[in-house]
Write a protein that binds this ligand. Structure first.
Ligand SMILES: Nc1ncnc2c1ncn2[C@@H]1O[C@H](COP(=O)(O)OP(=O)(O)OP(=O)(O)O)[C@@H](O)[C@H]1O
Length: 420
């Protein structure tokens, strides 16, 4: 057997020719038992172009999550190039700082407001209690989006908690009720992940002031691959409609009534008798807000949402109709996940072991972007197959050959990383 120094020299040579990353640092033993033919990582940061496809904050959040999990240095340029103004907003900067705290000993450059490029040298992911506060109404659920995968990928039997401050029901982001009623049940049902989320206080644009407390146990072993091909028939509709601050109660009553009217008038939903929408008058918040999250559950266990937020000048009736129409559209499109879970599930499929298959409606740009990021940062492979369902609906099957992530002690990874 060759010496450790020969192993290190051979790694260095391979590193200089290849930037492909296999998704896990091979051990010294694996390196030699494989005949040293494994693909190797370079110590130079992976370079990502943040303007690709959607060109928004999700590229940053997903790429940073992978970088922290795999302890892979990362440089992202042209951040949020497709947003006006481009660059980091307070929520993105707070998310980066949060991740760098979880990745203890990491080095994060240029994570400041408006910055259009950042460099991240990960440290060692460590369980603990972490807090993020953008001091704006920046979305708390997007702070969760950047940190959750990393906290799940901590040593088995560890447990972390998060306090996330900012907006809980913000535009262009999951409302916290969506995260609570769609994302977390999805992760629990299909991957067995028991993440708990408590809403301590809601916060709305522009004042923020909301606070979430999230409890995250780490993954035990590996995430299983999932197969979701049959969206089934709707058996119940639940959800929440809320009004906060100075806005009067009758607005939320109107909003809820209009959503229900719209649901009951829809051919697909009118036979569903099990319907319950919670009405919340939130008098505890700093600012005012109004919105609704409707969730349909099917007899095959799929959970599909339609959501809407009140904005100045929009009547409550229109807000209710918007959510109901979004729900009906998502159901008609025949997917087993709605348009937002599409992109939010991609990172979990990439980390899972083996081939996952999920039926979706039309692919969103966010989903294509999440797939692109996953393929840049891991060896997961995605393919998209078009398939018309028995009901005659044109759908897509997202197939993912996941990497089967499992925990590797950092000392080992670190030796290999610095051994080059
Ligand atoms: N109504 C919604 N319900 C659930 N999830 C949503 C909703 N709107 C957006 N999302 C999710 O929020 C994320 C937004 O990603 P995006 O890249 O647009 O973020 P961003 O760039 O930080 O936001 P911004 O548009 O402010 O720049 C995606 O994961 C998307 O699925």
């Amino acid at each position: 057997m060759r010496s450790l120094s020969a192993y290190r020299t051979s790694c260095a040579r391979r590193c200089s020719r290849s930037t492909i990353y296999t998704g896990r640092w091979p051990t010294f033993k694996e390196h030699f038992s494989s005949g040293a033919t494994a693909m190797w990582t370079t110590l130079e940061p992976v370079q990502l172009d943040g303007s690709v496809l959607e060109g928004g904050g999700q590229i940053l959040r997903n790429a940073m999550s992978y970088a922290a999990i795999f302890r892979r240095p990362l440089k992202i340029e042209k951040i949020r190039a497709n947003r006006r103004p481009p660059g980091l907003k307070a929520q993105h900067a707070a998310g980066l700082v949060l991740l760098s705290q979880i990745s203890q000993g990491s080095h994060l450059q240029s994570a400041v407001m408006n910055s259009q490029n950042i460099t991240f040298h990960p440290g060692i992911n460590t369980p603990g209690h972490y807090t993020a506060d953008p001091r704006t109404a920046g979305s708390t659920t997007l702070l969760l989006q950047i940190s959750l995968p990393c906290l799940l990928c901590l040593p088995p039997n560890s447990h972390s908690t998060l306090t996330l401050k900012g907006g809980t029901n913000a535009a262009q982001a999951p409302q916290v009720d969506y995260t609570q009623r769609v994302l977390l049940p999805f992760l629990n049902h299909h991957f067995g992940l028991e993440v708990q989320l408590d809403i301590k206080r809601r916060g709305y644009w522009p004042k923020g002031g909301g606070e979430l407390y999230v409890s995250v146990p780490s993954i035990q072993g590996k995430l299983p691959a999932i197969t979701l091909k049959d969206c089934g028939n709707v058996v119940s509709i639940s959800g929440i409609a809320y009004v906060a601050g100075k806005l009067p109660q009758h607005l939320v009553n109107e909003l809820c009534a209009s959503a229900l009217r719209c649901v009951q008038a829809d051919n697909l939903l009118r036979g569903v008798s099990n319907t319950s929408i919670q009405i919340l008058k939130d008098s505890d918040s700093l600012g005012s807000g109004m919105g609704i999250v409707l969730v349909a559950t099917t007899d095959t266990g799929c959970v599909i949402a339609g959501t809407a937020l009140g904005v100045k000048g929009k009547a409550p009736k229109e807000v209710g109709e918007e959510a109901a129409n979004e729900l009906a559209r998502n159901l008609r499109e025949g997917g087993c996940v709605d348009e937002y879970m599409q992109d939010q599930m991609i990172i979990f499929l990439a980390l899972a072991e083996g081939r996952s298959t999920v039926r979706t409606g039309p692919l969103t740009l966010h989903t294509r972007t999440a797939i692109w990021v996953a393929e840049q940062m891991t060896s997961a492979k995605f393919t998209i197959e078009e398939e018309v369902t028995d009901k005659g609906v044109a759908t897509n099957l997202i197939h993912c050959d996941g990497i089967g992530w499992s925990y590797t002690r950092p000392a080992e990874a670190h030796t290999e990383q610095t051994g080059t």
